[in-house]
Ligand binder design. Structure first.
Ligand SMILES: [Zn+2]
Length: 478
């Protein structure tokens, strides 16, 4: 029935064309529109022209446009964000990431840490006028303290040292001059350096993403920053003995044994993380959560709770692996086998805690953002965001709230909620057309028929071909 309308529409459009200028724009017709602010709108036609949504009308209205995409029986959601990625953490992924993200409906990413000389060229390429790539927002390096965790020794070099408040102020000014969209504060900063970073970012109008520094408690650091990543170190503020744990950390952070940054941090995590969880105190944790009411939590559950629903136990894991480089695929297959044979009990305990904490935070109204830390630890770019959405639903968010965490919430972090994050007239043309209802099952966000990125329509097949093409190009370079 609907299909018969299209020749008529095109005929009408042609008729109109005789008298009027050429019709422009693209219409997705007769579709169910779903977003976290407007809820569900059935039988809609959404029209975009270039990179802007220009009309949303009942499907009964006739429109004159250049291109029609039949949305019958389909569901249209805003383009998704992965709110925590590392484009330059592993060079083997950098070139293939943009196509992979788009193929999974991710039209915006927030890069939460990479050295400027590596990140800037990638950002420039992704932002080129004709680039087929998600929108990208980047922080530059992890701003660490006197000791640096990601110093290029035992871990990739994505962090930088800020020994004093003056260093920190200068560092952030330099980063801003180079165009960063926000800053990322890391775990080893002192309270004075943290304070200088927060004030400087505020002066320069830069949003702040942060781990809770080990020298502080979550309830102290949380209110000063816009997002906290991985729930990091929050458990230590939820323990009945939180003040003592904090005192001990301050002593150990003087680093009497002269450990490398990564080892110093690991030693503190091993010493305090699980004991803190064992000492969970509900009233104290409620006060911590209260202090975080305006700080978006990016729990990266697919990482922190990986043991609870491991990627390698999913039906579509092999399909996701087939989209990445063969050498990485082999490496990850080995890692996965080792993990399946020998799950680490501590990791499972932390995962259960993380799910529990997100549930409590969400129930109290703490904003939640969906991020993955891809490509770190078995996170296929794009694919892993959908795992994160499933985890968020497992933690008590409704499917619509999970969609919120990957759409309007990230936009709010960058004060872009007037431009992105919902399907509304005047907003950017980033959309995902789904074959099945994501509100019935959040896993349906993977049933992608087409993706609209910056106003360009890509069918699911076209995107798969793009992913294959990047793999072939890489193989030739190897
Ligand atoms: Zn990260």
């Amino acid at each position: 029935m609907r299909r018969q309308l299209f020749p008529l529409l095109i005929f009408l459009a042609l008729l109109a064309a005789c008298a009027e200028p050429e019709p422009t724009g693209t219409a997705i017709t007769n579709v169910t529109v779903i977003d976290a602010v407007n809820g569900v709108r059935e039988n809609q036609t959404v029209v975009f022209n270039g990179d802007e949504i220009v009309a949303i009308e009942s499907s009964d209205l006739e429109l004159s446009v250049a291109e029609v995409v039949d949305g019958s029986g389909k569901f249209l959601i805003p383009g998704l964000w992965d709110f925590h990625v590392h484009l330059t953490y592993d060079d083997r992924f950098t070139d293939s990431m943009p196509a992979l993200f788009l193929s999974y409906g991710i039209t915006s990413v927030r890069d939460t840490g990479g050295l400027m000389h590596k990140v800037l060229p990638v950002v420039e390429k992704m932002r080129a006028p004709d680039a087929v790539a998600p929108r990208v927002f980047f922080a530059g390096p992890l701003l660490d303290g006197n000791f640096v965790v990601y110093d290029g020794e035992s871990r990739p070099e994505i962090g930088v040292r800020n020994a004093t408040p003056d260093d920190a102020r200068q560092m952030i000014r330099d980063l801003q001059a180079q165009g960063v969209d926000f800053i990322k504060i890391y775990e080893m900063v002192s309270p004075a350096v943290f304070d200088a970073m927060v004030k400087t970012a505020l002066e320069l109008d830069l949003p702040i993403a942060s781990h809770v520094p080990l020298s502080l408690r979550a309830s102290m650091a949380g209110p000063s920053v816009d997002s906290i990543e991985h729930l990091r170190n929050i458990e230590m503020d939820c323990a009945s003995n939180a003040p003592e744990l904090h005192e001990t950390r301050l002593e150990l952070l003087k680093n009497p044994d002269g450990l490398a940054g990564a080892d110093l941090r690991s030693s503190l995590h091993s010493l305090q993380r699980l004991p803190a969880i064992a000492n969970y105190d509900e009233a104290r944790c409620d006060r911590t959560i209260e202090a975080l009411m305006s700080t978006t939590q990016v729990p990266t559950l697919r990482l922190g709770a990986l043991n609870i629903a491991p990627p390698f136990k999913r039906d579509d894991w092999q399909d996701a692996l087939a989209r990445i480089r063969e050498d990485v695929r082999e490496e990850w297959t080995e890692t996965a086998a080792a993990m399946a044979d020998n799950p680490i009990e501590e990791f499972t305990q932390f995962g259960e805690w993380a799910l529990f904490l997100v549930e409590r935070m969400h129930a109290r109204g703490v904003p939640i953002g969906a991020g993955t830390d891809t490509p770190i630890f078995l996170a296929v770019p794009g694919y892993s965001l959908h795992s994160e959405l499933e985890y968020l639903v497992r933690a008590g968010l409704s499917p619509l709230e999970a969609i919120r965490s990957a759409t309007i919430r990230p936009a709010e972090f960058f004060s872009l909620a007037d431009q992105m994050g919902t399907v509304d007239v005047g907003k950017k043309a980033d959309l995902v057309l789904l074959d099945a209802n994501p509100l019935e099952n959040i896993a349906n966000t993977k049933r992608i028929a087409a993706v609209v990125s910056k106003g360009r329509v890509f069918t699911s097949n076209e995107l798969s071909e793009l992913v294959s093409a990047t793999l072939t190009a890489e193989r030739r370079l190897q």
